[in-house]
Design a protein around this ligand. Sequence first.
Ligand code: FMN
Length: 121
Amino acid sequence: MAPTVKFDFAGADAFVSEKHIQHYKERAEHGCGLICVEATAVTPGGRFGRNHMGLWSDEFIEGHAQIAKVCHDAGAPVIIQLNHAGRDSAPDLGEQIAPSAVPTRDENVLAEGDPVEITKH
Ligand SMILES: Cc1cc2nc3c(=O)[nH]c(=O)nc-3n(C[C@H](O)[C@H](O)[C@H](O)COP(=O)(O)O)c2cc1C
């Protein structure tokens, strides 16, 4: 199962919620061979928004351990995608930190010379 972030599942505190646990449990019970838990922020300021799940201190371990447990109980191994949103981190969460000054282009805007076609939804 590819990582697919569930922005509306975490509260503003970024903790794992009961919805997350149910979501991953159901996927494990329905036969996913390997589950990659969604992009999970490594710093508060690296979140896409306030409701983006995090893992930047020991307080978060319990929730993530519950996700791992329900998946393991259903026979699915679990990994996690650690993430920092960089230039795309929410501006209201503090200074945006990115590897370069290159701005993020608007989502779904195809720039000249782009190697791929982007489908508008
Ligand atoms: C709602 C949604 C959330 C996603 N969240 C993540 C994510 O957290 N991390 C990531 O690397 N990709 C994320 N993706 C991309 C998917 O994991 C996947 O790579 C993409 O949908 C292409 O897969 P496909 O070719 O099977 O459609 C997300 C995609 C969707 C539609």
